[in-house]
Design a protein around this ligand. Structure first.
Ligand SMILES: Cc1cc2nc3c(=O)[nH]c(=O)nc-3n(C[C@H](O)[C@H](O)[C@H](O)COP(=O)(O)O)c2cc1C
Length: 369
C-alpha cells in the first residue's frame, strides 16, 4: 500500500503538512516560530501586527480558564489580549530572517489596521517585501480593538470587509486569507464580501465574545484587572462544535472556490480531520498549542497519517470536503426517514410472501424471463 502524504498545496503554495500555529501567543516572535518549524509545524500564522505598536497596551492577567467539573481538564479559555505590542520594524526584520532560514516552511503574516486605505496598503506592501508567504487579515478580534473600529468591528460588516479586502487585493502579490469572526448571524456574508474582492481564502473562526465567569466571593468578573474586566474572546475545546458549524457553512458555499483554514478548539489529529472533512485545506491551533505545547506537532502529524493509512487515503484531498454533502434540511431528513421506513416495510412484506402456498408466485415475480 502507498504511504499517505500530509503535504498539501494551498493557493499555489506547498505546505509540508496542514498543521499551522494560529495567530496568538504561539507566534509571538521569530525565535519561537523557528522552533515551531523545527518541531514539525507546517506553517505559522504570526501574532497579528499593525503599523504603530505604541497604540497597543496589554493588561495582566488577560486569560481565564473554564474547567470540566469532574476531570478539571481545561475545556474553555477566554482572553482579553490585544495584538502584538512589539515594534513593527522588528517584525519586518524577523520575517526577513525567518524566510531566509526556513524557505520551505510557510510564514503567514497576520495584519490589522484602522479603517484607512493608505495604512492597509502600506502594511501589506512593506510586509510583503520581507518574503512572507501569505497574509491573514485579522478582521475578527472581538475585544479591545473594536473600540478603535478595528478587528471584529470590520469583520461584522460585509460592506467594510469588501472595501478593506479590496484595498489589500490592489497591492497584494501573495495569497490573502480573510479571518472571519463567529460573532455574526451568517458568516457566509462577510466570507462572500471577501470572495468578491478576490481573496484566495478565508480562515475561521476567531474567538467568540464571552464572559467566562464571575468570582462569587468578590463578585468580580474574570479575567479581573484592577477589579474590572471586558468581555473577551472564547476559544479551546468548547468552541469546536461552533467552529465546525461555521466552517461547514463556508464550505457548503465556497468549497472549491476559495481555500479554508479551519480554526477553533483543535487539539488532536482527529479534531483536525473533522475540519478537513468539512473543506479545510489547513488547520490552525492556538489555545491547544498554548495548553499542550509546541511538541504536539509530532503527535498531530503521526496520528493524522495513521488515520489516513487506516482509511486508505493517499493524500488530504481524498477526504477533504467529503462530509459537506451530508448536510441537508430538516424536512429532507423527515422525507428520507419516511422513504427508509417504506423500503423496510416493503422488505418485510416480501418476507411474508415466502409462504408454503405463495412460493411459486414469489418465484415468478422475482424472475426476469
Ligand atoms: C491568547 C490568545 C491571543 C490571540 N491573539 C490573536 C491575534 O493576535 N490575532 C488573531 O487573528 N487571533 C488571535 N487569537 C485567536 C486564535 O488565533 C484562534 O482564532 C482562536 O483562539 C480559536 O482557536 P483555538 O481554539 O485553537 O485557540 C488569539 C487567541 C488567544 C487564545
Amino acid at each position: 500500500m502507498v504511504k499517505p502524504t500530509l503535504e498539501v498545496e494551498v493557493d499555489g503554495l506547498t505546505y509540508k503538512n496542514p498543521f499551522l500555529l494560529g495567530s496568538g501567543p504561539p507566534g509571538t516572535n521569530a525565535r519561537v516560530i523557528a522552533k515551531a518549524f523545527d518541531l514539525g509545524w507546517g506553517g505559522v500564522v504570526a501574532k497579528t501586527i499593525s503599523l504603530d505598536s505604541s497604540k497597543v497596551s496589554n493588561v495582566a492577567p488577560r486569560y481565564a480558564k473554564l474547567k470540566a467539573r469532574q476531570s478539571k481538564e481545561v475545556i474553555g479559555f477566554e482572553n482579553i489580549e490585544l495584538i502584538s505590542d512589539r515594534p513593527y520594524e522588528i517584525w519586518l526584520e524577523e520575517f526577513r530572517e525567518l524566510k531566509k532560514q526556513y524557505p520551505d516552511h510557510r510564514v503567514i503574516a497576520s495584519v490589522m489596521e484602522e479603517y484607512n486605505k493608505e495604512a492597509w496598503q502600506r502594511i501589506i506592501t512593506e510586509v510583503q517585501e520581507t518574503g512572507v508567504d501569505a497574509f491573514e487579515l485579522n478582521l475578527s478580534c472581538p475585544h479591545g480593538l473594536p473600540e478603535r473600529k478595528m478587528g471584529a468591528a470590520m469583520g461584522q460588516s460585509p460592506e467594510i470587509v469588501k472595501e478593506v479586502t479590496g484595498w489589500v487585493m490592489e497591492v497584494a502579490k501573495i495569497p490573502v486569507w480573510a479571518k472571519m469572526t463567529p460573532n455574526v448571524t451568517d458568516i457566509t456574508q462577510p466570507a462572500q464580501a471577501a470572495f468578491d474582492s478576490g481573496v484566495q481564502g478565508v480562515a475561521a473562526i476567531n474567538t467568540i465574545l464571552s464572559v467566562i465567569g464571575v468570582d462569587l466571593k468578590t463578585l468580580r468578573p474574570q479575567p479581573t484587572v484592577e477589579g474590572h474586566t471586558v468581555p473577551g474572546g472564547y476559544s479551546c475545546q468548547a468552541v469546536r462544535p461552533i467552529a465546525l458549524r461555521h466552517v461547514m457553512e463556508i464550505g457548503r458555499k465556497f468549497y472549491g472556490k476559495m481555500s479554508i483554514s479551519g480554526i477553533g478548539g483543535i487539539e488532536t489529529a482527529a479534531d483536525a480531520a473533522q475540519f478537513i472533512a468539512l473543506g479545510s485545506s489547513t488547520v490552525q491551533l492556538c489555545t491547544g498549542a498554548m495548553l499542550r505545547g509546541y511538541k504536539i506537532a509530532e503527535e498531530l502529524n503521526r496520528e493524522l497519517l495513521a488515520y489516513m493509512e487506516e482509511m486508505g487515503f493517499a493524500d488530504l484531498t481524498e477526504f477533504r470536503g467529503k462530509a459537506l454533502e451530508y448536510f441537508s434540511t430538516h424536512a429532507n431528513l423527515v422525507e428520507r426517514q419516511k422513504a427508509a421506513k417504506i423500503a423496510k416495510a416493503g422488505e418485510r412484506n416480501r418476507d411474508n410472501n415466502w409462504t408454503t402456498d405463495g412460493i411459486q408466485k414469489e418465484t415468478d415475480e422475482l424472475t426476469t424471463n
